[in-house]
Structures are given as structure tokens and as C-alpha cells.
Design a protein around this ligand. Sequence first.
Ligand code: FNR
Length: 359
Amino acid sequence: MSSDPVCIDDFEQHAKTFLPKTYWKYYSSGSYAHISFEESKNAFKRLRLRPRVLRDVSSIDMSTSILGDKIDFPICVAPTAVQKLAHPNGEIATAKASYRAGSCMVLSTWATSTIEEVAQSSPKGLKWFHMYMLTNENDNLSRIHRAEKEGYKALVVTVDAPYRGSTTKDPLYMPPHLSYINVESYNCVLNNPDTATEEELTGVNPKNTWDMIQWLRSATKLPVILKGVLTAEDARLAVQHGVDGILVSIHGGRQLDTVPAPIEVLPEIIAAVNNKCEVYVDGGIRYGTDVFKALALGARAVFIGRPVLWGLSYQGEEGVYKVLQILKEEFRLAMGLMGCASLKDISREMVVHQSRYSR
Ligand code: FNR
């Protein structure tokens, strides 16, 4: 690329040409026919904005809080695995950029940097830890205790992956200098992928049920967020089980194909939850207007996955910072043009389906 990227698509184009093909494929792909993956982006394009005019927008405040902690704008970093494929500093670079930007980062269980080094690289940055509830309970407990000790403020428990989606069925053969450094037992499995069972390759315990929430409650005082809830039925169960938040997500279109786009599911979840816990959304967010639409439909904040990986591959920490800044500025502009000086001015009727205007 001859000049600096100016939008998220530019970062993606750079990553596509810069990254080794296998890494690009691992990061960019969705499962099977890519229907849900593509829809996660296209569904935003089907929504239309209804701006209000003549409302003083000379000063725009994007700040908010998630689970009581302040963030400068409502765009956070979703957990994504093996970030050191994109840049040698991987998750450490992401954590530093997220802190500098005033955002929140979720560190994946499948990170290539340790829970401790990420925490120590950005001690004041807001960080949540992502949990896969693996078959080995001691592994689970040990990661929870390490995250608590290092000051991570919440656990994001992914529940849409009792098995791996098709994209990652071929295990990613990690370069020898990298590993799933926080879960030693899993590395043993992956070093022998040809003899491992499907369950071992997934790592996640497919026997998990809602009882797991109770187990988590007894294991930690940290707030628990469920990632991957896609129906009102499960959202109500999540509330009944006392979760602190729901992250509406289709895992970047990498798990069950043909599920609806997260932004399409969001209103159903918001209605079912009825303000009993915070609700966030991720998937397909590439523009500031996407962020605006998600907030208008009820999300407290959004999370981004691949754009961070594209930023990392561009310039490490600086690249992730630029990605967050670009989305933040696009969101600020969207707010201003929509007549919203603060997040509380964003309202449900500002977003409608395009069918309202087409005959
Ligand atoms: C992910 N995602 C993910 N989710 C999760 O709960 N645990 C994980 O370890 C990972 N790892 C992961 C790796 C890669 C390469 C990708 C692309 C995604 C899903 C991620 O948290 C998030 O839900 C999506 O990436 C959001 O969609 P976008 O922003 O990528 O469109």
C-alpha cells in the first residue's frame, strides 16, 4: 500500500497481501459457505439511519462504562486467538494499543502471550479474560486464578463452540516458536493432531451445561459475560443464571454457518434481557455507522475481531491503535451527523430496516 490506510477495508487489503497465505486464511475465513460471515457485514448495510437536525452537536461525548469501568468510546477488542501470527508482539501490542486508545481488550484463552505478560504490559488498561471451559477443570481454575491475580476485571465465557466450526477443523500448525502458552495441556494435543480426538482438538468440554455458570460463581467473584448467545430463550436463561453480561456474537462466522447476523439478533436479546444485564455485540463491524446502529438497537458497546488482526499485521501496536482511532473518529462523525451529542441521545427509532423506504 502506497499511503496510510484510511478505513478498515484498507487494513484488510494490506493484511491480505502482507500475511503468509496460511495465516491470512486462518484469520479471514468463516465456516462452510461463509453465509453467516458475509451476513454479519451485509446486515448493517440493510439498516438505514434517520438523523435528527438542529441539535447542538458542537461537543460530542462518546464515553461510557462497561460493568462499571469507564471507556472513552464504546468500541472494544474481541478475543482472537494466536495474535503473534500477525505481529511478533501479538497480544502485548494489542493490550498497549487498547490502553492508549481508552478501550477494553479481551484476551483469548488461545493467546500466544501469557496472561501475566499482557497484564504487565498495560497495567492500567482495562482488560477482560476470555474463558473456554475446557475438559480439564484444573486448567480452568488455574486460568481464572491467574486472571484474577493479574487484575483482569471480568470473564468472557464463550458458549458457541462445544465443537470447532469447520474453518478450523484442519488444526492450525503453529510455527515452532509459538504455542497456546496459557494452556499447556492443549499444546500436547496439538503437537500430535493426527492422533487427537475431535473432543481433544476442540479443547472445550462438550458436556458443559448451564450448571457451569454456578461452578464459575463458586470459583470466582469476577463478573461473567456469556459470549455467543443467539436466542431470546437462552438470553432469559442467562439472566436467570445471574450472568452480568451477554455478548451477542456468531464467533466471526466461524462456528455454525447460516445463523443470523448478530445485529439482526440483537433486538430479540435486548427485549428478552429487559435491562437485567448489559448486552454487547460483535461481528462485521467495519464502520462508525455500524457502531451507531448497534448502539441504537440497544448494545452498550461493540467489539471488533478481525480489524484488530489487520491493524496488528500493519504496524503492531501502532496499527491496532490506528484501527481503533479510525473507528472512533468515524463513530464520532456518525454521532454528530445524527444529531447526538452523547450516547444517551442515540435512540431506537434512529435505525430502521431499508424495506421501510423501498416499494
Ligand atoms: C476469533 N474469535 C474468537 N472468539 C472467541 O470467543 N475465542 C477465541 O479464541 C476466538 N478466536 C478467534 C480467532 C480469529 C482468527 C477470529 C477471526 C475470530 C471470534 C471473535 O471473538 C469475534 O467474535 C469475531 O471476530 C467478531 O467478528 P469480526 O469483528 O471479526 O467480524
